[in-house]
Design a protein around this ligand. Structure first.
Ligand code: ADP
Ligand code: GLC
Length: 478
């Protein structure tokens, strides 16, 4: 079976968040299950060095954003299909915005071009390869099934995966014509969303199947609290909406072989974790002679992640004898809040503002617990990395966090299966109460060790979820 994945990010090449990790790992997990999955993405500058190693497999004269060509190249075990259109993608800055932080004004044309190129590959195929399933990720790719449907074709079958419904790709109605979308589909049951064109909504309406990245989030987005205005669209298609949990690449995220750790470890050599903790403390200028738990945060600093509430709980965390290591970048107000927390709590709170993949491994390897107080979390990957590294997740009960962490309640402790701490209220008080439970467990060394071992044993790889995708693809093409 052939699957064309369409995405705006793919690790390790281009990453702003978990979407990249998912698209970077899933094809490798699908391969052994008989699926040839290829990943189509824009050729940003970071990918330019791959172009001369690849082969041109298609050209397009007239995408919504002008001409482009498709270059196929193998890299890091993935077959990439790079949409080379320099007028759209040869830009300094990030995938969606320029160095000033503002979205690129032509994002509609940039990602409509990606989607349209994907749709054309679906009818024309590539030399020796034609997709059976088109799998589009998030709003940036969501028009691909729409362009396909506009031609009246029913093959290949199409899937849209929602990684985060907060980002919908909404543009003025004037975009309709230039993007080559059908004017007679511009209505409330089609492309239209409050007078605008919504890429994500369009994909949700016209795809054969919709998935999201955890079973709990699949239920949550049917409600006004989490659906961000698209709950009605989703309620209309609950039969074809599934939640499939993300996995992680357990080869890249393995504490026993992780090159970023001064002292790699496994469940049998847990003592070594202390050396990583010391290295982490040193790197952030924190006290190394400290008995309390080291908490960490590795996150985009945004409203979604509930870190404003966490910042308010820092005095409590420090007063109870904890330390905190923060690695993150995002909203300036949150960056300032955590920088101030570091200044106010020397030796106890350390903040690194920036994006640093290697350092994120050391933080996971060195910390004792990872804090994820998200207001909503479609899946979340950092709690999965935490489980794998024996860094106990302390998470809000929402989305994929609720689906992957087993709370240390009395029953779970008795059954020896607790892997972390789950709390309900994203507020300083709610987080404070969860922290109290963490400190209690920390003081009971036997319980803590047992939880660390249960966490490290918890299956976080892609096997089960990749096979759920295969089952879905098969059911669609039957
Ligand atoms: P989201 O996609 O909403 O940001 P996820 O938990 O799914 O949340 O994925 C976040 C990914 O980005 C993880 O791989 C995490 O380790 C990584 N990450 C987030 N912030 C940073 C940072 N400042 N430096 C390095 N990696 C980061
Ligand atoms: C999104 C979500 C995150 C999820 C990731 C990968 O960025 O915010 O929860 O883990 O996509 O699916």
């Amino acid at each position: 079976m052939n699957v064309l994945m369409v995405t705006s990010e793919c690790a390790p090449f281009v990453k702003t968040g978990g979407l990249a990790d998912v698209v970077g790992a899933l094809p490798g997990a699908l391969g052994p299950m008989g699926v040839d999955a290829r990943v189509m993405l824009p050729c940003y500058p970071a990918l330019f060095p791959l172009l001369p190693k690849g082969e041109e497999v298609a050209t397009f004269g007239d995408l919504p954003g002008g001409p482009g060509r498709l270059v196929q190249v193998e890299a890091e075990g993935i077959t990439l299909l790079l949409l080379d259109a320099p007028q759209l993608f040869d830009r300094a800055g990030k995938p969606y915005n320029g160095p000033d932080g503002h979205d690129w004004p032509d994002n509609d044309k940039r990602f409509a071009s990606l989607a349209q190129a994907a749709a054309r590959i679906c009818f024309d195929g590539l030399p020796g390869w034609k997709p059976d399933v088109l799998h589009a990720h998030d709003w940036q790719a969501a028009l691909a099934p729409v362009y396909l449907k506009q031609t009246g074709r029913t093959v290949p079958k199409t899937v849209v995966t929602i990684h985060n419904i907060a980002f919908q790709g909404r543009f003025g109605a004037h975009a309709l014509g230039p993007l080559g979308l059908r004017a007679d589909w511009f209505h409330a049951d089609g492309l239209e969303y409050w007078g605008d064109v919504s890429f994500l909504k369009a994909g949700l309406v016209y795809a054969d199947h919709v998935t999201t990245v955890s079973p709990t989030y699949a239920r949550e987005i049917l409600t006004p609290q989490f659906g961000m205005g698209l709950e009605g669209v989703l309620q209309a298609r609950t039969e074809t909406l599934t939640g499939i949990l993300n996995g992680i690449d357990t080869g890249i995220w393995d504490p026993a072989t992780d090159g970023a750790l001064p002292a790699p470890y496994d469940a049998k050599t847990l003592k070594l974790k202390a050396r990583n903790k010391a290295a982490l403390a040193e790197r952030l200028g924190l006290d190394t002679a400290h008995d309390g738990p080291m908490f960490c945060v590795i996150s985009r600093l945004t409203e979604q992640k509930g870190l404003d509430a966490l910042a308010e709980a820092i005095p409590h965390l420090v007063a109870r004898g904890g330390q905190l290591a923060v690695l993150g970048t995002g909203e300036p107000a949150l960056e300032a809040l955590f920088q101030k927390a570091a200044t106010d709590n020397p030796g106890k709170v350390g903040t690194y503002i920036g994006y640093d993949e290697g350092f994120s491994h050391l933080v996971q390897g060195g910390a004792d617990a990872i804090l994820i107080p998200s207001r909503f979390e479609p899946c979340g990957l950092t709690q999965l990395y935490g489980l794998r590294y024996g860094t106990l997740p302390v998470v809000a009960r929402t989305g994929g966090l609720a689906d992957t962490v087993i709370d240390a309640n009395a029953a779970a402790i008795a059954a020896k299966c607790a892997t972390g701490f789950v709390f309900d209220e994203v507020s300083a008080a709610g987080i404070g109460a969860a922290l109290d439970r963490v400190f209690e467990a920390w003081e009971n060394r036997q319980l803590w060790q047992q939880m660390v071992r249960s966490a490290m044993r918890h299956p976080v790889g892609w096997e089960d979820s990749a096979s759920a995708y295969v089952t879905l693809y098969e059911s669609l093409i039957q």
